[in-house]
Structure formats: structure tokens, C-alpha cells
Ligand binder design. Structure first.
Ligand code: ATP
Length: 237
């Protein structure tokens, strides 16, 4: 059984169909990328899985259980964490306070402490900035904070929406390095990216989303062989 199985998912914004029956699956331990141009429906796909936007049709199955009608808080408890495109951190709270918010699903205080020191090992910059307002962090640091906060929920599936967006090339490298490390350590990841080349370099499998329809899927080698990644169709690189 797949960890996540999405079948014939439809999402509309009023009269406008954003997803027109997409299929997608993620196996435990995989890094799966969804690539596609601006407006293809990538954010909508993650929002629907996270329960932030209601599907108008189709099924979203986590571990054999339908979740498409569940509320976002319930879906988070079941192990799906979303790092949204705007990172969703609280700028007026400190880095430390933002991280504490991430630990809300873990009730064992010793475990929270252990996880925090693990997070600080992975993201030393967050320890240095612990008492600083999160809004004063650079874009790359905010992205690391957002990922760290999601990891503190101990997700079974980590969903990342355009983590490289708005970052300088050096910070893009850093964020992709973090994603690669997490994958190597066994974290299951669903990555949405406009930066198709970089996403395909990291992923095991990928889907190409074109205006609400999956137009290609397969291993990253298959996708590279069948789709012109450099084409404007994927929004360039
Ligand atoms: P981007 O990379 O630009 O974020 P995307 O692939 O994530 O693009 P979505 O944001 O999922 O695409 O948008 C899919 C389609 O749904 C687009 O045509 C968009 O204009 C439309 N859409 C998204 N949000 C809304 C909304 N709240 N109301 C109406 N239409 C929306």
C-alpha cells in the first residue's frame, strides 16, 4: 500500500477548475517531485492534500484511509506537514517560539528536547538566531525555519511548496542540500517546484502538471527523456 494515494482529484475555485482529475502516489521513503509552470495547480494539489482546500471530487488516501473530507488539523495529526510557499512562519515571534509551535504534536517533553537539539545540529543558524524575531531572518533562513518547524511535528509525509522560490543561488543550493539529506535519512517528501531541473536531480519519481492535468509521470530519468525540461512549457529553469 502506498503512503499517499491520490485518485481522480478535482479542485475548483468557484467556477474555475484548477485540478481536473489528477492521480498521484507517494511510497514511504520516496522523494516525489511535481513540476509544472506557473498556475499549473501545484500549490492547489498540496493545499488539497493538507485539507486547506476542499476537493470537489476524487480521493486522497493516507495509509489506506480516506482523508479528503478531513480538516487540516486532523490531517496534520495523521502525519502530513506542509511547508507553504510563503513559509507560514510567524514574523513577530522569535525563532525559538516558532519552533515551539512546531512541537505541538509531540507531548513527551524529553522527546521535544531531543528533537530540538537534532534540529539545531541540522540547522546551526537557527540556534544562533533562536532569540531573534523570525521576521528578521533572511529568506533562506526563514525557509530553514519553516522546514525545521514542520520536522518537529514528526511528519510521515513532508510536503514542500516551491522551497527555492525567491532565494539567491547559494541559498537555493543550501535548501536543496537539506532536502537531499532528509531524503537520505528516510523522510518521505512530496516536493513541488518550478525549478524542474533541480527538482528532478533530487527526486526518485516525478509528475508533470500542466493546467490541472498530469501530462507525464515516471522515474526522473523517464521524465528527462520524454519531456523537454528546458522548454517554456515547464516555466524554464
Ligand atoms: P504557482 O507556481 O504560480 O503558485 P501553481 O502551479 O502552484 O502556480 P496554483 O496556485 O495551484 O498553481 O493555481 C492553479 C490555478 O488555480 C491557477 O489558474 C490559479 O489562477 C487558480 N487559483 C489559485 N488560487 C485561486 C483562488 N483562491 N481563487 C481563484 N483561482 C485560484
Amino acid at each position: 500500500m502506498s503512503l499517499l494515494e491520490v485518485t481522480d482529484l478535482h479542485v475548483r475555485y468557484g467556477a474555475i477548475p484548477a485540478l481536473k482529475g489528477i492521480d498521484l502516489r507517494v511510497e514511504e521513503g520516496e522523494l516525489v517531485a511535481v513540476v509544472g509552470a506557473n498556475g499549473a495547480g501545484k500549490t492547489t494539489t498540496l493545499a488539497a492534500i493538507a485539507g486547506a482546500h476542499r476537493a470537489s471530487g476524487g480521493k486522497i488516501i493516507l495509509d489506506g484511509q480516506e482523508i479528503q473530507r478531513r480538516r487540516s488539523a486532523d490531517i496534520a495529526r495523521r502525519g502530513i506537514a506542509l511547508v507553504p510557499e510563503d513559509r507560514g512562519i510567524f514574523p513577530s515571534l522569535t525563532v525559538d517560539e516558532n519552533l515551539r509551535l512546531g512541537s505541538y504534536l509531540v507531548h513527551d517533553a524529553t522527546e521535544v528536547t531531543r528533537m530540538r537539539s537534532q534540529i539545531f545540529e541540522r540547522f546551526p543558524i537557527l540556534e544562533q538566531r533562536a532569540d531573534q524575531g523570525a521576521g528578521t531572518l533572511s529568506g533562506g533562513e526563514q525557509q530553514q525555519l519553516a522546514i525545521a518547524r514542520a520536522l518537529l511535528t514528526k511528519p510521515r509525509l513532508l510536503m514542500l511548496d516551491e522551497p527555492s522560490l525567491g532565494l539567491s543561488p547559494a541559498l537555493v543550493d543550501r535548501v536543496f542540500e537539506v532536502i537531499e539529506d532528509l531524503h537520505r535519512e528516510g523522510v518521505t517528501i512530496l516536493l513541488v517546484e518550478q525549478n524542474a531541473t533541480r527538482a528532478l536531480d533530487l527526486a526518485d519519481r516525478a509528475y508533470v502538471l500542466t493546467t490541472g492535468v498530469m501530462t507525464a509521470s515516471g522515474t526522473t530519468d523517464q521524465i528527462r527523456a520524454s519531456v523537454d525540461i528546458e522548454s517554456a512549457y515547464l516555466g524554464g529553469v
